[in-house]
Design a binder for this molecule. Structure first.
Ligand code: SF4
Ligand code: SF4
Length: 504
């Protein structure tokens, strides 16, 4: 009996069956791989569908037990009308408009300032000088400059205007936290439902982070709320006489979210750049997350660029594990450096909190002074470390926000500067080169890598002198890098344009 007769399968048929089986297995494998790939969020091509993978830096080995910052002296909370530069200059502007002939030689009482701001200026007279210069000299000069050169920045302003238009849709709280935080967003006074319990604080944190990314956040971290970082007055929706010493009971946690400004736009700082893109995106992200958590019954207040803030963000971003405080006084992160804008949601949803991280920024900033060297207003300290810089009871880097704001009002295009963000070696896209440099530096205890990186940065990243960013006759309205093509007014608009100088 032949083999074929024994098995009942001819050699030809055997080969055919095994071939078909192999083909089926391969096809099955391909289909399985296709299904797996299709489920990978990185393949979800489309608007905002890429965000869950953006917080890629593995923080675990750089974490430590918080808090990252502890008081070293007597703590006082920042004032909304004093320390917060926008609140302060708005108050000064109103007083100066009522007393337009007032000069620095006159007694300060002649301005009719609120007592807290008058006391602040007595303690920090250089802030009064900067604020006075802003409204007596810088803004009038800027009006003249805009008449002469403004058309050169028409597209930069138009780009920002698109994001600004959306700003009007982001609501701000209209009543104290104990009321507004318990109302449905745009719910015509309807209260949020009873809270729906999560299975655990860990799962609540996981859910919140996933949703934050899906709503648009690049970075998200969670910290316990620290009342030291709340403004001592002026919370949104609170009437005169409100007791600001009382921390709202439901502000137990702070969810900190962040998105970058567009990389090519931020490099065209200060005159052809804007922060409006990130302000709009992070405000929208936070508002979405507020809506989600309120629908599950948790009170929330959003603090964002478009809705306003009742707290200061950088220390909360650090406690939430997003990064470290740099020389510029804001948080530097592994993924985005300082190129990000933030929002915070205060809530009582019980969540597992993140731990702060140390990945080398403190040591790097002590050596690197690039932001201070490039700052056109001299607002950033050149000190070798923040030792002894104690602000309201905490020791940390601190900038002169009066000098910084003064320069904002000197700039052309959409208001602002952002140069310290553009020049910082940490604010680089996630190219393989930056990725290797960041990982090596974070793991090097000797400091040799940071010293080498700094030399490379100074050699290969040419930048205009600080004065070149100023208005004529000091400078020529230089930008750090030329603007991207879509902001080139002369390419697109059929209007006469006066160029301000090189690099603008
Ligand atoms: S934003 Fe500009 S002016 Fe302000 S600190 Fe940064 S570099 Fe200086
Ligand atoms: S430019 Fe240098 S000193 Fe300034 S924040 Fe960045 S790393 Fe620190």
């Amino acid at each position: 009996m032949s083999d074929d007769e024994k098995t009942g399968l001819s050699r030809r048929n055997f080969l055919m069956v095994t071939g078909l089986a192999g083909l089926a297995a391969q096809t099955g494998g391909l289909v399985a791989a296709g299904i797996r790939t299709g489920r990978d969020p990185r393949t979800f091509t489309g608007w905002e569908s890429y965000n869950p993978g953006t917080q890629f830096f593995d923080r675990r080995r750089f974490e430590f037990d918080g808090p990252a910052y502890s008081p070293v002296g007597s703590v006082s909370r920042p004032g909304h009308r004093t320390d917060y530069v926008f609140g302060r200059v708005a108050t000064f502007e109103r007083a100066f408009a009522r007393n337009p002939d007032w000069t620095l030689d006159d007694p300060i009482e002649g301005l009719g300032l609120p007592p807290d701001l008058e006391a602040f200026y007595r303690e920090f007279p250089e802030r009064l000088e900067w604020d006075f210069r802003t409204f007596s000299e810088t803004i009038p000069n800027n009006r003249r400059d805009r008449r002469e050169y403004g058309d050169h920045y028409r597209l930069a302003e138009a780009y920002a205007a698109g994001f600004e238009a959306h700003r009007a849709l982001i609501p701000s709280p209209q009543s104290p936290p104990e009321v507004s935080d318990y109302l449905r967003p745009r719910g015509r006074g309807a209260r949020i439902p009873e809270p729906v319990p999560f299975r655990s604080p860990e799962l609540a944190a996981e859910f919140v982070k996933e949703l934050a990314h899906r709503y648009g956040a690049t970075l998200v971290g969670i910290a316990r709320m620290n009342p030291d970082f709340l403004y001592s007055d002026g919370w949104r929706g609170c009437p005169p006489g409100h007791d600001f010493s009382r921390l709202p009971e439901h502000w137990e946690y702070a969810i900190v979210v962040g998105v970058p400004m567009e990389w090519d736009v931020v490099l065209a700082s200060p005159h052809s750049s804007t922060s409006s893109d990130a302000y709009d995106r992070i405000s929208t992200t936070a508002f979405r997350l507020e809506g989600c958590l309120k629908s599950l019954g948790y009170p929330v207040r959003t603090h964002s660029p478009d809705a306003g803030y009742d707290l200061i963000v950088p220390p909360l971003a650090v406690e939430a594990g997003l990064g470290e405080l740099g020389r510029t006084g804001y948080c530097i992160t592994p993924e985005l450096g300082g190129n990000f804008r933030t929002a915070v949601l205060t809530t009582n949803l019980p969540m597992a909190v993140d731990r702060p991280i140390r990945f080398g920024v403190a040591e790097f900033c002590n050596k690197c002074k690039l932001c201070a060297e490039g700052c056109p207003s001299g607002a950033i300290s050149f000190a070798d470390s923040p030792d002894g810089m104690v602000i309201r009871g905490y020791e940390h880097w601190y900038i002169n926000n009066g000098a910084c704001y003064n320069y904002w009002r000197e700039t052309m295009g959409p208001m602002g500067c952002r140069l310290c963000i553009a020049t910082c070696p940490y604010s680089r896209k996630n190219s393989w080169l930056h990725s290797v440099a960041r990982d090596l530096d974070a793991r090097d205890p000797t400091g040799a890598v940071s010293s080498a990186l700094l030399v490379m940065q100074e050699r290969f990243f040419d930048a205009p002198d600080a004065e070149a960013y100023r208005r004529p006759p000091h400078g020529e309205f230089a930008n750090y890098r030329p603007p991207p093509r879509f902001l080139d007014t002369e390419r697109y608009l059929d209007i006469p344009v006066t160029r301000p100088g090189k690099g603008g």
